[in-house]
Design a protein around this ligand. Structure first.
Ligand SMILES: [Mn+2]
Length: 353
């Protein structure tokens, strides 16, 4: 088997790097340590340089993954949408605004890059208009990460991309617990008669044995539906469904207790659809639903959770053409950053750093 796989099939890299470099860090004296994402990007000037997610290095070859904890992969696919198209530009919007985020997270008292090493591999190849080909190619790209025991961080793209994410994750870890933030259950059987799109990824994942329904939770569900069948399905297969109205009546600690009782130490795949948030806080998405949490509430809920068993993560449905002032992209990028910080903190606590 070819061990040194070029990343050309995942994303084109103009920059060759030996080994991993951290996103830039600044110590107490103001001296710049670490490195930036490009050879000319300047120190702490986060507004300059070629954009990768969190200004992580973009390696030319996948062998650096042997030293990585997580790898970002753009999944610019939006052929699976039911309403507004345009989430294919989500990965670039998330990368762009992520330059604002810095390594130290004062709320969690953890520095992401001190405890986790990450890379941005660029985008998986997709074929706009061809869903099955795109799913196959995304699965192949993500599998190259999971095969090395590295956490894949998928930047969508519409929610269809969670199916290739879960296929790749389950191939390595077996079935996983799903921690799903969304205003929709995405467990419909078909949408417009089609089996593979952003309304069906978790139905297909259940059918394929990729997730453990009895150890999975769906948070923030709301919005109108044709009928009650889809919610009945989610509950009948064993998902814990926490509708937005119930969620907003819970404290972060109450939620954490409920969720830990559901996940029960299984490997966790977290999927964050930005329409989980109220459209006042995330207008740039394809199927917004009012009555959701604010970004402050979402961070409160998220920070109470235990993500020590995180094995995969995605953030989907950012639609830059409908975004205002990068509100939605900033929310999505920050949630990814916070989830990684939570994972870093739990590893720190476990003395694994
Ligand atoms: Mn969704």
């Amino acid at each position: 088997m070819e061990r040194r796989i070029r990343t050309d099939a995942i994303g084109e890299s103009p920059i060759t790097r030996k080994g991993l470099l951290n996103m830039r860090t600044q110590d107490a004296t103001g001296e710049i340590r670490g490195a930036t994402s490009g050879p000319l990007a300047g120190g702490d000037r986060s507004f300059s340089g070629i954009r990768t997610f969190l200004r992580l290095p973009h390696p030319a070859e996948l062998d650096v993954l042997s030293d990585a904890d997580f790898a970002v992969i753009g999944l610019p696919f939006d052929t699976g949408v039911s309403y507004r198209p345009g989430a294919r530009f989500g990965p670039s919007a998330l990368r762009d605004i992520s330059a604002l985020l810095r390594p130290y997270n004062p709320a969690l008292e953890v520095s992401l890059t001190e405890h986790l090493r990450g890379v941005d591999l660029g985008d998986a190849p997709v074929v706009a208009g061809n869903t099955s080909q795109s799913i196959a190619q995304m699965t192949d790209a993500i599998s190259r990460v999971t095969a090395r025991g590295v956490i894949p961080v998928g930047l969508g793209g519409d929610h269809t991309v969670s199916l290739p994410m879960l296929r790749a994750v389950a191939e390595h870890h077996g079935p996983v617990a799903l921690l799903h933030f969304d205003s929709h259950p995405d467990t419909w059987d078909t949408l417009y008669g089609e089996k593979y799109n952003h309304g069906t990824p978790f139905r297909r994942a259940i059918e394929e044995g990729l997730i453990l329904p009895g150890q999975s939770v769906q948070l923030g569900i709301r919005g109108t539906m044709l009928d009650a069948a889809v919610l009945r399905y989610s509950r009948e297969v064993g998902f814990s469904v926490i509708p937005a109205t119930a969620l907003l009546g819970m404290s972060p600690d109450q939620l954490a207790e409920r969720i830990s009782g559901v996940l029960r130490n299984a490997p966790v795949f977290m999927s964050f659809d930005v329409d989980f948030l109220d459209p006042a806080y995330a207008p740039g998405t394809g199927t917004p639903e009012i009555g959701g949490p604010s970004t402050a509430q979402a961070l409160g809920f998220l920070r109470a959770l235990d993500l020590s068993n995180l094995v995969g993560l995605d953030c989907v449905e950012v639609l830059p053409a409908h975004d205002n002032a990068q509100i939605t992209a900033l929310a999505g990028a920050t949630v990814v950053y916070e989830a990684l910080c939570l994972h870093a903190r739990s590893r720190l606590a476990a003395g694994e750093q």
